[in-house]
Design a protein around this ligand. Structure first.
Ligand SMILES: [Fe+2]
Length: 250
């Protein structure tokens, strides 16, 4: 069994979701499994060998990778996944990620407008891939079967940064408004699965939270209705090497 062993973070009828934190940037990777067909897809694979080993040890057929966005820490394992997966292995990304210069390996691009869903399938299960730009132009959030896989758009206690190349604070705010209204209409016990686990205001560092807890405790969502509160959020932009590189690229 690969190390660290992934944990089961959600089950719903016909669906099981595994999570593992991988790599030096503490990326949360998710494996979405159709328990009827044993088909599985991995979201944002950091380490392809890890997930193929997980699939093999559990008798699963890894059929594809879905990319929330194209930052390197969310796509590092894609090339190897394509090699390991062979013919028919699908790598799905939104075409707008090319606006930030990404030309990495993939097999299918989505072209949905912001806040429009595309149906994606894992075995018998259907999920929505909704374009939620702002952190990157073609960021996708995956919803369905009790989970919201939110990448670097929505973290549990806050949201992703919007100051990297292709980032857009206004687009991020619109995406979070969209997600908030979607999430308010979903059952409270759905689970939010972000791309990274960051410390909450109370010091906890959960790797997943119930949707209701995100809606009630997320700092970015709480600031959405006020221009002043939104502009004052300290995590939309940082003065670091990544931001300096983004300014050079723009
Ligand atoms: Fe990112």
């Amino acid at each position: 069994m690969p190390e660290p062993e992934p944990s089961v973070v959600h089950t719903s009828p016909g669906c099981e979701v595994l999570q593992a934190q991988l790599g030096g940037w503490d990326n949360l990777n998710h494996l979405i499994v159709c328990t009827a067909t044993k088909h599985a897809v991995v979201v944002d694979p950091f380490d392809a060998a890890y997930w193929f080993n997980v699939a093999e040890s559990r008798g699963l057929h890894l059929i594809g990778a879905w990319l929330t966005h194209s930052h390197w820490d969310h796509t590092k394992g894609v090339e190897e996944a394509l090699e390991r997966g062979g013919e028919g292995f699908e790598v799905i990304v939104h075409e707008a990620e090319s606006e930030r210069g990404w030309d990495g390996p993939h097999t299918r691009v989505l072209d949905a407008a912001p806040h429009v869903a595309t149906a994606l399938h894992v075995g018998d299960l259907t999920f929505e891939a909704v374009r939620t730009p702002g952190h990157t132009p073609g960021h996708l959030t995956f919803l369905g079967h009790g989970i919201v896989v939110s990448g670097d758009c929505l973290f549990l206690g806050r949201c992703g940064r919007a100051d990297l190349h292709g980032g857009d604070p206004a687009a991020l705010r619109a995406s979070l408004l969209y997600l908030r209204s979607r999430m308010q209409a979903l059952p409270d016990d759905w689970v939010v699965l972000p791309g990274h686990a960051y410390e909450l205001a109370d010091g906890r560092v959960p790797h997943h939270l119930k949707l209701a807890d995100v809606l009630s405790g997320n700092e970015a969502m709480a600031a959405l209705d006020s221009d002043e509160a939104w502009a004052a959020l300290p995590f939309l932009a940082f003065d670091d090497a990544l931001a300096r590189r983004a300014r050079d690229q723009s």
